[in-house]
Design a protein around this ligand. Sequence first.
Ligand SMILES: [Zn+2]
Length: 158
Amino acid sequence: MSQGLAGGQPLLLCERMLGRLATWLRILGYDTTLIERPPAMTPPGAVLLTRRQRLAGRPGVLLVVHDRLEDQLRQVLSDLGLRPHPDQWFSRCLACNRAVEPLERSAALGLVPDHTLATAPCFTRCPACGKVFWPGSHGQRAAQRIEALLAGLPGAAP
Ligand SMILES: [Zn+2]
């Protein structure tokens, strides 16, 4: 399936029923907007992720055929030819999809638990909602889950 994504990262429009998929696409760093209903036409450069069978085959539409989250993620990455780089993992706010910004340790004081302040290697903050993130704040095993996921993709590095 060709989506004409050469060079750029896609803008992903994700139906609300695929909310967990959207969260994981954000964890991987992809610009993912939740939508209530599909647009009449997918805007240029965007891809609509849907489970609505009747939309299959339309330009800019990717019909998600799987039920399990891992399978859905693999399908989206594989069909769109995406290879999320570790540098882009955890680069977005999971709540509002904005790119997060680095936060100094001193500025994180009072915003995160004391133990986290002392032990986390770095922090980021969402400029929109103020949420603070650090390695581990996405779930203890998020990075391992990503690595396991990517290892199953065709063309993945050994
Ligand atoms: Zn936010």
